[in-house]
Write a protein that binds this ligand. Structure first.
Ligand code: FAD
Ligand code: FES
Length: 281
């Protein structure tokens, strides 16, 4: 007897394990698939891919995958902005929700082997880049220098604090943090993320380097100007685009920019591709 084909849109049941507060309105949700076979299949995702998260009876939304496939746990880091994300924030450990994916192209980490990697993140832009950073660290011998530049509005807006502490102390990577507005506890750099590039103790990798840039549009524009001023070519700057999505699998057209479907052709694009699409960030 033949079985009907499984719907593309059918989410798999996931169980929430625990929730960690990151910053105001942002939490990290650790989860696993109810079916261990689904968990094993999902774990083959690439850094930079995303998944569709369903809150039963409420709706579905796209979310990046901040874990690296080299890590054991699966999790999302989600800012509460509207009905679906609010409903996820209301879940308790043991509650069930739906996940389908992984979707999208992801960062071609193999193409960057032998190159230096510069990660520049602002605010929650660190969510999609975390996966690449952990992946690159797990395969340290494949890459040249690894530099991380991360900025947030205030010290309370710095995400993934345990990771930041590890990265600051890890041998073989350079991690620089900054905040726009310090508080009485902050002993570090003050200024926008691009101001870190000009610190006297920073020697930016430029030759044979790929720069990953994720953050709010204003930060993106200034960082691109800085990088281009240093000699980065558009094809060596990569980012992720966020667009309203429905299907996530190239069927509905909601995420189109020009000829590109962000859900299947992206969400990772080089700055050269972003410019060709005529996209304003
Ligand atoms: C590929 C991709 C990856 C993403 N990864 C993450 C992630 O890791 N963590 C995270 O917190 N969010 C992420 N987002 C954004 C997330 O999908 C939206 O915040 C979510 O859809 C909001 O759903 P909602 O029902 O809670 O809000 P809604 O009620 O739908 O909207 C509430 C408010 O958020 C705005 N909004 C909704 N969706 C988007 C969007 N895609 N871009 C900009 N503004 C939007 C609306 O205009 C409205 O002002 C990602 C989006 C994409 C496309
Ligand atoms: S979200 Fe439907 S085509 Fe991209």
């Amino acid at each position: 007897m033949s079985h009907p084909p499984e719907s593309l849109y059918l989410p798999k049941v996931a169980v929430l394990d625990r929730v960690v507060d990151e910053i105001a309105e942002v939490k990290t949700f650790y989860w696993h698939f109810e079916d261990p076979a689904e968990q094993a299949a999902f774990k083959r995702f690439r850094p930079g891919q995303f998944a569709q998260v369903s809150i039963f009876g409420v709706g579905e939304f796209p979310a990046s995958l901040p874990p690296s496939p080299t890590e054991d746990e699966t999790f999302f880091t989600i800012r509460r902005v509207g009905s679906c994300t609010e409903a996820l924030h209301a879940l308790k450990p043991g509650d069930r929700f739906g996940v389908r994916g992984p979707y999208g192209n992801g960062f071609p980490m193999e193409e960057y082997e032998g190159r230096n990697l510069v990660f520049v993140a602002g605010g929650i832009g660190l969510i999609p880049l975390r996966s690449c950073i952990i992946y690159a660290m797990a395969h340290r011998e494949r890459y040249g220098r690894i530099q991380i530049f991360y900025g947030a509005r205030t010290p309370r807006d710095l995400m993934y604090l345990p990771d930041l502490k590890r990265w600051e102390q890890a041998a073989g990577i350079e991690c620089y943090l900054t905040v726009d507005r310090p508080d009485e506890t902050w002993r570090g750099h003050v200024g926008v993320v691009g101001s870190l590039f000009r610190k006297p103790d920073v020697r930016m990798a430029v030759e044979n380097t790929t720069a990953f840039v994720c953050g709010p549009p204003i930060m993106f524009r200034f960082v691109i100007q800085d990088l281009k001023g240093m000699g980065f070519e558009d094809r060596h700057i990569v980012s992720t685009l966020e667009r309203y999505m429905k299907c996530g699998v190239g069927k509905c057209g909601h995420c189109c920019i020009g000829v590109a479907y962000v859900c299947v052709d992206g969400p990772v694009f080089t700055y050269e591709q972003i410019r060709k699409l005529g996209e304003e960030i």
